[in-house]
Design a protein around this ligand. Structure first.
Ligand code: NAD
Length: 302
């Protein structure tokens, strides 16, 4: 197993999460060659010694490990199967870790295709959002072969603090989708509680404090509750991304049929937010749906 921080990382996808993760790898001592389809997306990384390149082969060909942080399944498919992708340009180190949140079944198919050219693929989606990415404190859920996990671990440790190998190919994505299902339903529950309390003129900040001391306490109520109460819609984890993840949950529940009525209902609420042009808002701004349903607003609503 690798123990030093020497090594070349090909990093694909320099958005809200990826650019912070690439920076952490560079600051941990790795040589990072980074690519994003949007030219200029990685400019801020040059000051950390990241080599920002203009195409996928330049980023991946000499890499010991390739890491991607892309929006959804089609983009990951493109960087694997596309004309410039990993099947045509397998990395020197034969190891690929996809940290995006995508479909578990597609992950398995891509993993099998890559195995045929000798490349091990891990799925390693994350929880912790932009702050976790910035601070290198992400929770990382890894699916794939144990040997690949051991090889990837030092690199993952530069980006996260909680690493768990949860099973074979696609298992990381499945666990991440379960994480999203719980988060989405929990936010919905908080919206309902806040809307009811607001209608009954309850002091919402005080109610949040009270509930955090009891069995209704949750990460969402703790971290996102204040922004919900203040009507602060600023983005952390975006509504568009949550809707994408809930879609992936519902697709997975069709493949191996499992009724998920609460998830289906919450997805409708997120669609309502998107229909009102609120997809770029932070997840906590699902509460705006309740502003519309009840005709009430919180004091500082924007
Ligand atoms: P983002 O949209 O900010 O970044 C994605 C980047 O990928 C963009 O810069 C885009 O230009 C680039 N890209 C798209 N297609 C590409 C291609 N073919 N080749 C190279 N680059 C390409 O998204 P994000 O917020 O960084 O999220 C990335 C992934 O992480 C998503 O799957 C998301 O669900 C997951 N995630 C996000 C958060 C969050 O809070 N933002 C938290 C946990 C997990």
């Amino acid at each position: 197993m690798k123990t030093s921080t020497s090594g070349v990382v090909g990093f694909l996808g320099l958005g809200v999460m990826g650019r912070e993760m690439a920076r952490n790898l560079a600051q941990a001592g790795y040589s990072v060659r980074a690519y994003d389809i949007v030219s200029g997306a990685g400019e801020s990384l040059r000051q950390y010694g990241v080599d920002v390149v203009n195409d996928i082969p330049s980023a991946v060909s000499d890499a010991d490990i390739v890491i991607s942080m892309l929006p959804d399944t089609p983009q990951v498919d493109e960087i694997v199967r596309g004309p410039q992708g990993l099947l045509s340009h397998p990395p020197r180190g034969k190891l690929y870790v996809d940290m995006s949140t995508i479909a578990p079944e597609a992950t398995r198919n891509l993993s099998q295709a890559l195995a045929a050219v000798g490349v091990t693929m891990l799925d390693a989606p994350v929880s912790g959002g932009p702050i976790g990415a910035k601070n290198g404190t992400l929770t990382i859920m890894v699916g794939g072969e144990a040997a690949g996990f051991a090889q990837a671990t030092p690199y993952l440790q530069a980006m996260g603090t909680t690493l768990n190998h949860v099973g074979g190919s696609g298992a990381g994505q499945t666990v991440k989708l379960c994480n999203q299902l719980i988060c989405g339903i929990n936010i919905q529950a908080i919206c309902e509680a806040l809307a009811l309390a607001r209608a009954w003129d309850i002091n919402l900040p005080q109610m949040r404090e009270v509930l955090l001391g009891g069995s209704a306490a949750s990460w969402m109520l703790d971290k996102l509750g204040p922004a919900m109460i203040d009507g602060d819609s600023s983005a952390g984890f975006r509504i568009d991304l949550m809707m994408k993840d809930l879609r992936l949950v519902l697709e997975a529940a069709q493949k191996h049929p499992v009724p998920l009525p609460a998830t289906a209902l919450v997805a409708t609420q997120y669609q309502n937010a998107q229909a009102y042009g609120e997809g770029a808002n932070g997840n906590q701004a699902l509460f705006k749906v309740y502003d519309r349903l009840t005709g009430q607003q919180t004091a500082k609503a924007n």
